[in-house]
Write a protein that binds this ligand. Structure first.
Ligand SMILES: [Zn+2]
Length: 257
């Protein structure tokens, strides 16, 4: 066996181990969907005409604005308990403040997307400043993840704060091969409400939509509080979780260890 084959074998074994769930009745991640910006430059019906090719009862879980260790750690624990993989769109400033939490998100197998450096209203600032927000955000996330300052994202996924971007900004991201994520439904967890109200709202919206990319915010305590019950709802109602990764990427964050 060549050294290369040995490495491939070892990675293969590690990947199998990571995919196994210790709890046999857990929700689990049903499949992995590779997304590339050429095929899916912009997804999410709340903002765009196209979304991801999800079957009925398939959902993609996304969490914006973290990391925020007290609440993000609760969300991660709930996802781990059900062996579910999600995508976190990080604010660069927060990533630079909590690099260990960024590494933990990646180590636990989740996808890391980008959400600017300081979460401005992108359509209300000059183009150069908006481009700088995109680049500084990516650089801060990559520095936290890998200790490398680069504006080329490991996972080329981006979401606009407030879903607000100009055509020029959309074109810029497309030219750089970065897929822009909107969402198909959301929990409205930025509004004041009790956890019980949020759980009722998001499960009703999901029941009506039947599938889709769901937006939560992991810094919100009410969202962290409902995550175990929300994942239980998915399991008991026949929903399946799809994990989105960069097309062609290894289906495991081995490089984040
Ligand atoms: Zn946001």
């Amino acid at each position: 066996m060549t050294a290369g084959a040995l490495v491939a074998t070892v990675i293969g074994i590690a990947s199998t181990d990571a995919a196994e769930c210790p709890r046999k009745d857990a929700l689990g991640t049903s499949r992995i969907l590779g997304v590339d910006a050429k095929t899916y430059p912009r997804v999410g019906l709340k903002s765009f005409p196209q979304t991801l090719p999800l079957a009925d009862r398939e959902v993609v879980l996304t969490f914006d604005d973290g990391p925020n260790p007290p609440t993000t750690s609760k969300v991660l624990a709930a996802l781990a308990q059900e062996c579910v993989r999600a995508t976190f769109f990080l604010i660069g400033l927060h990533a630079s403040q909590h690099p260990d939490m960024v590494k933990r998100i990646a180590r636990e197998g989740h996808t890391i997307g980008h959400h600017t450096f300081s979460h401005p209203f992108m359509a209300r600032i000059p183009f150069d400043k908006a481009r700088s927000e995109i680049d500084r955000g990516i650089a801060a996330d990559e520095m936290a993840l890998h200790g490398v300052s680069t504006t080329t994202p490991s996972t080329p996924f981006f979401r606009f704060p407030y879903f607000e971007g100009t055509q020029a900004q959309l074109d810029l991201l497309q030219s750089r091969g970065i897929a822009v994520f909107g969402s198909d439904l959301w929990a409205s967890d930025w509004n004041e409400m009790t956890p019980e109200q949020e759980l009722k709202l998001v499960t009703e919206r999901l029941a009506a939509a039947g599938k889709g990319i769901i937006l939560f915010h992991d810094p919100k305590a009410r969202t962290a509080a409902i995550m175990p019950a929300f994942l239980r709802y998915l399991r008991e109602n026949g929903f399946r979780v799809v994990h989105v990764v960069a097309a062609g990427a290894p289906q495991k964050n081995a490089d984040a260890r």
